[in-house]
Design a protein around this ligand. Structure first.
Ligand code: DMJ
Length: 501
């Protein structure tokens, strides 16, 4: 019943107010894998969690609790129809809904929600990661559909209008900056005046994902989400994407185009947008998202963008010495987005040397970079799912066996390097190895393996293992034509032709 486990030492971990995050996040994975006895036992344990109270006045992360706890319960309910879960859904939903009890109706993203007293109000933050605000529509809306109680949907609909009203007023219209000022009055464009950095990676990622997916769930009553998606997708295509100088590939799909997404900046005083060619593992979901959008809006160009973005992440995995992509990766950009530039080893070496000479020892451990990698600021692997998520979506939408073959290679690398006595662990670097003793076939052997960080986030079960499983299972399991997956891979069932309340 702990939130998580440190899989090297076996020590339990408190992370999300001690409401058993791993258990709740794993429910629907158990169901999808056909582990029904374990699912029933986990549901029974879930029914004993008291989400309405927290004696320690724990600060609740609205975003993490929405995607993991509420999303986990919704996925389990929508898949299994277990009516006993409805009471817990309402308990979690009401506790999280208290976050919207603020003077301006925008939610507090970090407040002691379970300790809220009647009449007490919170305040929304002045500098909130955009993803914390923009990734709530699916779960609150689906909760309203299930319960028939409109207040959850109405709360996020108000939020969607604030995002929509401000979309044209950032310094890169169409995109919202990484940090949002949520303590604003109505029609106040200070909402997007907090920062001038834009990406689809850390801080922003799922808020773009939720535009398309909210359209899939609620598009029958409103065009607000599809309109925001179309404007955002246009700006993502024209400002964030770049091609990189890559060595001639030895993989079977060397001819495939390869795209990455970077970090754009534009202070109000500047005419030009600058793009830092640093990609994030977190942004690897975007390939699958563009591919999905191509189906929803019948646009073959977006399938190609999705395919090439996914290829960028696959390239980053297959060219790392451990076969695993780091948390962030800086590349050498091609001058023209439309043309793949040629590999130039001399140029790559000189840019590498230049980079090393600028480094201090804190950010630049002496590692051998694979060809094409320019610089890695964060070499960890946190058991994240985004690359395999896109590979899964591309597999389901194209039927191209390349994606299954690639998934299998990546799966083998991840399992090999992350396995521990009690589970699987995050890695402190995918670029360096140490000699470790492991048990293989009942014998102790010494292997060169990545260094373990002794952490296992619940999304390892909720997402990473689920996506790997679904790539190799029957294509009718969690059919993408019938389900909408939240950002934690919890399947939500759309109501066909929903007419609202
Ligand atoms: C998950 O909690 C979700 O996928 C979220 O959108 C981003 N971070 C993790 C996985 O990396």
């Amino acid at each position: 019943m702990a939130d998580g486990l440190q899989p090297v030492t076996g020590v339990k971990k408190t992370q999300f107010c001690s409401w058993s995050a791993t258990l709740v996040d794993s429910l629907d994975t158990l169901y999808i894998m056909g582990l029904y006895d374990e699912f029933d036992a986990a549901v029974n344990a879930t029914l004993t969690i008291d989400f309405a109270h927290n004696a320690n006045h724990c600060i609740v992360s609205l975003f993490e609790s929405t995607i993991r706890y509420l999303g986990g319960l919704l996925g389990a309910y929508d898949l299994s129809g277990h009516e006993s879960l409805v009471g817990k859904l309402v308990e979690v939903g009401d506790m999280l809904h208290g976050a919207f009890d603020t003077p301006n109706g925008l939610p507090c993203s970090r407040c002691p929600l379970a300790a809220k007293t009647t009449g007490e109000q919170f305040e929304a933050g002045k500098a909130v990661p955009m993803a914390d605000l923009g990734s709530l529509y699916l779960e609150f809306g689906r909760l309203s559909q299930i319960t028939g109680e409109p207040k959850y949907y109405e709360a996020v609909e108000r939020l969607a209008h604030v995002f929509s009203d401000n979309q044209p007023y950032s310094t890169i219209p169409g995109l919202w900056p990484e940090t949002i000022n949520a303590r604003v009055g109505p029609n106040d464009t200070a909402f997007v005046g907090r920062s001038f950095r834009y990406s689809i990676g850390a801080e922003s990622d799922s808020s773009y994902e939720y535009l398309l997916k909210a359209h899939m769930l609620f598009g029958s009553i409103t065009s607000i989400y599809s309109d925001m998606w179309q404007a955002a997708a246009h700006s993502i295509r024209s400002t964030l994407l770049f091609r990189a100088m890559l060595p001639p590939s030895t993989t079977q799909h060397a001819h495939r185009g390869t795209l990455f997404s970077g970090i754009a900046s534009r202070p109000p005083s500047e005419e030009d947008i600058t793009v830092e060619p640093r990609t994030h593992h977190l942004s690897c979901f975007a390939g699958g998202l563009f591919a999905l959008a191509s189906r929803i809006f019948s646009d073959p160009d977006d399938l190609e963008i999705g395919r090439q973005l996914t290829q960028g992440c696959i390239w980053s995995y297959l060219h790392s010495p451990t076969g695993i992509m780091p948390e962030t990766l800086t590349l050498i950009p091609c001058p023209d987005l439309d043309v793949q530039c040629a590999w130039n080893e001399t140029e790559w070496l000189s840019q590498r040397q230049l980079r090393d000479s600028e480094c201090d020892s804190l950010f630049c451990p002496p590692v051998n970079y694979p060809e094409g990698y320019h610089f890695v600021r964060d070499a960890r692997y946190l058991l994240r799912p985004e690359a395999i998520e896109s590979i899964f979506v591309l597999w389901r939408l194209t039927g191209d066996e390349y994606y299954r073959d690639t998934a299998w290679m990546i799966f083998q690398s991840i399992i090999k390097h992350t396995r521990t006595p009690y589970g699987h662990s995050a890695l402190s670097s995918v670029l360096e190895t140490e000699t470790r003793e492991v048990i293989e076939g009942g014998r102790v052997v010494r292997r060169e393996l990545a260094v373990l960080a002794d952490d296992m986030e619940s999304f390892w079960f909720a997402e990473t293992l689920k996506y790997f499983w679904l790539i190799f299972s029957d294509v009718r399991d969690v059919d993408l034509g019938e389900w909408v997956l939240n950002t934690e891979a919890h399947p939500l069932r759309p109501v066909k032709g929903w007419r609202g309340f």
